[in-house]
Design a protein around this ligand. Structure first.
Ligand code: CMC
Length: 444
């Protein structure tokens, strides 16, 4: 059994699972549950050795999309999606409580260190991060290689990968080295994201300020000029801080699994994070908040909603309602509930309601009462409300996924760090079912 399987031992009371192929017993596996008693896993990594021995041909589990595969054991985040209520816990704390009483720095500290900080530790942590926010000049020069209209997530991806050339020979087995890199990651990412935006709009970059909070600093770098000493709107600062916290981790989604997979090769942590950004950028993962806004713009008017709902239900049509549905939550996404109320607080800052918001609220109401969506448990997810909120804060649509990536950094980093913490360093190497040609001969 691999070290990964050894550490997946929340509760061993589930006995054995037996696998028969053509009525022949091929293998027996231990069965364990997670510490919550909600997920039960067959410890299957011995299958290949036993399977080969018993039936003479190699066996594997075929599961594209990995919906029935637990790829690791982790102490960081718990997500439960079936039953009455969607649950999300970071290190055992419900997301609702964290959203009420903790800011993004506290959430980041919690994810990485495993517990909530004392006041003094949190201050020290935040101050350390502020020290490292400036980007090295050589790395900043990278920006000039991009087209002016390059998508900010593409720039963030490239520059994050480039940071791996600066932070080399990191002894990832040493916790203090991982801690140093964690602080630098949190520090540099908002600067990179804001620079990408300023580069896009052709304006000079505004450096970080030590007197501002993490979220305020980011908004200031995005929207102020270097001569401007005012502070960003506190309602927007609070909303952005919550957006970061709500996105901070979400167990083994596509981007986090990518970070872990690249991490399993012992690659540089910045390369691992860059791979996570790439995975996140797709429109059905982190790109959904942008795709949702584009969809609302395409729908254009409340009068067109029925036509688009019909398209979403039509199996011949590839159109999907962006911002609806989730692989894990087959009920309401708990983050969406919190995001919805933040969204309303931000909307209240505007005297005139943007027609896009009215359209979004109407679409939400219609979809929530439609049989197709009810039967399939398709509820608005976090991206539905975060997109609308960010737009109401004046953030351009092409920055939405980048903001998601900023929020996800502590989660990705903590998941990467956990590979070393748990000593589960087995390289990820899935099998495949080959469906190509049989052997061919070259006849020249
Ligand atoms: N609009 C219309 N129909 C949908 C939608 C949707 N947004 N999502 C799922 N369905 C239907 C799907 O066609 C299928 O119908 P049927 O059973 O008749 O074939 C059924 O619901 C189950 O869907 P699925 O594709 O098996 O579900 P999945 O778990 O593979 O996909 C998802 C999850 C999030 C990729 C999908 O719901 C989707 O594409 N949603 C829109 C994109 C989106 O908002 N993504 C952000 C997710 S939250 C952020 C994150 O964690 O990344």
């Amino acid at each position: 059994m691999s070290s990964e399987s050894d550490s997946a031992s929340g509760n061993n009371d589930y006995g054995k699972a037996k696998l028969f192929v053509n009525d022949k017993l091929v293998s027996e596996f231990d069965v364990v549950s997670d510490s919550m008693g909600s997920e039960i896993a067959i410890l299957g990594s011995s299958l290949r050795a036993d399977g080969i021995k018993n039936i003479g041909s190699p066996l594997s589990f075929y599961d594209p999309g990995y919906s029935s595969v637990a790829s690791c054991s982790s102490d960081i985040t718990y997500v439960k999606g079936d039953g009455d209520k969607g649950l999300l816990f970071y290190r055992g704390f419900p997301i609702e409580d964290l959203a009420d009483s903790c800011d993004f720095m506290g959430v980041s500290y919690l994810l990485f260190y495993g517990d909530l900080p004392e006041k003094a530790s949190l201050e020290e942590f935040g101050d350390d991060i502020k020290q490292y926010m400036i980007l090295d000049e050589q790395i900043a020069d990278f920006l000039n290689g991009y087209r002016r209209d390059a998508h900010p997530i593409t720039i963030m991806h490239g520059i994050t990968a480039a940071l791996s050339s600066l932070y080399i020979d990191i002894d990832a087995n040493d916790f203090s080295k991982r801690e140093q890199i964690f602080k630098r990651v949190l520090a540099k990412m908002p600067t990179i994201a804001a620079m990408a935006y300023k580069y896009n709009v052709g304006k000079p970059f505004v450096p970080p300020r030590t007197d501002l909070s993490y979220a305020a600093n980011f908004l200031n770098m995005m929207f102020s000029s270097s001569l401007d000493e005012s502070e960003p709107n506190p309602v927007f600062v609070k909303a952005l801080d919550k957006i970061f916290s709500l996105h901070a981790d979400h167990e083994q989604n596509a981007s986090t699994s990518t970070v872990r997979m690249v991490g399993s090769t012992q690659a540089n942590p910045f390369s691992c994070l860059a791979s996570g950004i790439a995975a996140l950028s797709g429109p059905i993962h982190g790109g959904a908040n942008e795709a949702c806004l584009s969809m609302l713009e395409e729908i254009g008017d409340v009068a067109n909603i029925d036509k688009y709902i019909a398209k979403a239900k039509d199996k011949e049509d590839s159109f999907r309602l962006m911002g609806f549905g989730h692989r894990v939550y087959r009920n309401y996404d708990p983050r969406a509930k919190i995001m919805r109320s933040i969204c309303h607080e931000v909307l209240e800052q505007h005297e005139d309601i943007d027609p896009i918001f009215e359209l979004a609220l109407k679409l939400e109401e219609i979809a929530l009462n439609d049989e197709y969506f009810i039967e399939r448990n398709l509820y608005p997810n976090i991206d539905f409300y975060s997109g609308i909120t960010l737009r109401a804060m004046g953030i351009p649509t092409n920055m939405f996924t980048t903001i998601f990536a900023l929020g996800r950094m502590p989660g990705w980093f903590s998941q990467w760090s956990e590979i070393y913490e748990k000593g589960s360093s087995k390289i990820c190497r899935p099998r495949q079912i080959y469906t190509g040609n049989l052997q061919k001969n070259i006849n020249l």
